[in-house]
Design a protein around this ligand. Structure first.
Ligand code: SAM
Length: 211
């Protein structure tokens, strides 16, 4: 399909890796991300649909975009057993074929690290959210200390090749705050717990409202 982004090895490995992190806290993070969401929801880069089981019943409909065809097929399977209606479509976050102000909530989880142009993706998300609509995000972000940022910049020389374009050093939380959103709440934490240094350890879960 035009616009597909193919990462066949990542697409096979990611569901297994994510299932392992789900058991040590990732599933609880997804509950926290989606707690209280309601109305019509857009999820960008839905992967294999790991969030779908976590949507509360207050959500009326989810439109889930996923550009990677293998992951998209897995997402369609997850949509079939989700607790709320989920439609899975191809599509990239930087170019949303969706009407202005047509969603109450947008969800970005572990995805703004990977999209080619995250600032453009945030502008597109803002466009399709109604005024006052929520961007709910769960992302790994740039370290706050200079040594940590240096480590992430070195890691990013190879990280994108191992993880389908993911960059560990993106200040996604700062970009959200500067993209026409007001951050209502945000929790910062390190995940997963590990003794080994992990460039993608600093995480945020937050809710920002479209100005
Ligand atoms: C680490 S996975 C996360 C998947 C899912 N959001 C989750 O929470 O498990 C990153 C996802 O971003 C998707 N992606 C990459 N570039 C994208 C883009 N430009 N627009 C939308 N999704 C993209 C990938 O195909 C992949 O599914």
């Amino acid at each position: 399909m035009a616009g597909d982004l193919r990462h066949p090895i990542f697409a096979r490995l990611y569901p297994r890796m994510d299932a392992a992190t789900a058991r040590i806290g990732g599933a609880a993070h997804r509950d926290e991300l989606l707690d209280g969401a309601s109305g019509r929801v857009l999820e960008i880069g839905a992967g294999y649909g790991a969030n779908f089981a976590h949507y509360p019943k207050t959500v009326g409909e989810v439109v889930a975009l996923e550009p990677e065809p293998t992951l998209r097929r897995r997402a369609e399977e997850a949509a079939a057993v989700a607790p709320v209606p989920v439609t899975v479509r191809a599509g990239v976050a930087e170019d949303l074929d969706l009407d202005d102000a047509s969603f109450d909530v947008a969800v970005a989880s572990l995805v703004l690290c990977s999209v080619r142009n995250p600032v453009r993706a945030l502008a597109e998300i803002r466009r399709v959210l109604r005024p006052g609509g929520e961007l709910r995000y769960y992302e790994h972000v740039r370290h706050r200390d200079p040594g940590g940022v240096r480590f992430q910049r070195y890691a990013d020389l190879v990280w994108p090749y191992l993880a389908a374009g993911c960059r560990s050093s993106r200040p996604t939380d700062e970009w959200i705050a500067r993209s026409g959103f007001t951050v209502l709440r945000e929790r910062r934490f390190s995940f997963p717990p590990s003794r080994l240094p992990n460039p993608a350890a600093p995480h945020v879960i937050g809710v920002a409202v479209r100005d």
